[in-house]
Write a protein that binds this ligand. Structure first.
Ligand SMILES: NC(=O)c1ccc[n+]([C@@H]2O[C@H](COP(=O)([O-])OP(=O)(O)OC[C@H]3O[C@@H](n4cnc5c(N)ncnc54)[C@H](OP(=O)(O)O)[C@@H]3O)[C@@H](O)[C@H]2O)c1
Length: 257
């Protein structure tokens, strides 16, 4: 049996950086996303550089039964998942009333349903073995309402709440859960979300995905439940907690335009 770190959304952004970090620490990987070419290129470079084994699964995780297909791949290849990084996700910019409802439903399927099903699939063996780690990629959007990206913000509030609840349920089992809550970061996110260039909402993407993934890796290893990379993001969340909700949603609405 081969132990692997299972990383979703590994073909780009945070997922690629997580793959590099875990590979550099000597972990074998199972990397999942839709873009097989990008995953295969990553596999080749990581195996060559670090001498580890990388398994590739091209899978749309938003479809029903996706977690079951990942489980089948794991069983067929005699793998054991002791670390799970639920990272795949996307956003969609624009007024809800004008949005494509099938894209929004797909977003909920990927950002929330798939994350829950992947966790439910791989958690039991971790609990049985008395050890395991799960990192769910939430967002600073998890802490507030987000006019112009209403469904995305709500989907990330779900991820944070789910992760916090499970971390309590699993206290003393040897399994830890971490919600990583990044702020705006320079990945493929803004183009996937079709965020207009030059708007305030898209102007502050200076943070590099490697820095966020490094922060997430350390938090995961420590078993920290909520991890917010960047001092400005941490200050913003303190402000969100102190200010009236009506003020916060209005301010976010203005910033998002
Ligand atoms: N960047 C930010 O500002 C930011 C801030 C906070 C939170 N986040 C969160 O960070 C996570 C990673 O995003 P990112 O910023 O790294 O963006 P990204 O560069 O666009 O990466 C998204 C990853 O998700 C995968 N993915 C998308 N749809 C998928 C599907 N249906 N099935 C399987 N995989 C799918 C993509 O691969 P394929 O296209 O190959 O499938 C890609 O590997 C997301 O959950 C996002 O919400 C991002």
């Amino acid at each position: 049996m081969t132990n692997v770190v299972l990383i979703t959304g590994a073909s780009s952004g945070f997922g690629t950086e997580f793959s590099r970090i875990f590979a550099s620490k000597g972990h074998n990987l199972l990397i999942v996303a839709r873009s097989e070419d990008k995953l295969t290129a990553l596999k080749k470079s990581l195996e060559k550089r670090y001498g580890i084994k990388v398994f590739v699964l091209s899978q749309d995780l938003s479809i029903p039964d996706a977690a079951h297909r990942v489980e089948e791949f794991v069983n067929e290849n005699n793998l054991a998942v002791d670390i799970l990084i639920n990272n795949a996700g996307f956003g969609d910019y624009g007024r809800f009333v004008d949005s494509d409802i099938s894209k929004l439903s797909n977003m909920i399927d990927l950002n929330d349903r798939s994350l829950v099903e992947m966790t439910h699939t791989f958690l039991p063996s971790m609990v049985k073995n008395g050890k395991g780690k799960i990192l769910n990629v939430a967002s600073i959007a998890s802490f507030e309402a987000g006019p112009q990206m209403a469904v995305y913000y709500a989907s990330k509030a779900f991820v944070l709440s789910f992760t916090e609840s499970l971390s309590e349920e699993l206290r003393d089992t040897g399994v830890t859960l971490t919600a990583l809550c990044p702020g705006p970061t320079d990945t493929g996110f803004s183009s996937a979300a079709q965020m207009p260039a030059g708007r305030f909402a898209n102007m502050f993407r200076f943070t590099k995905p490697l820095d966020v993934a490094k922060y997430g890796y350390i938090a995961l290893m420590k078993g920290q439940v909520i991890a917010i990379p960047g001092i400005l993001n941490r200050l913003a969340i303190i402000a969100v907690k102190l200010l009236p909700r009506a003020f916060v949603r209005k301010a976010v609405g203005i910033l998002q335009k």
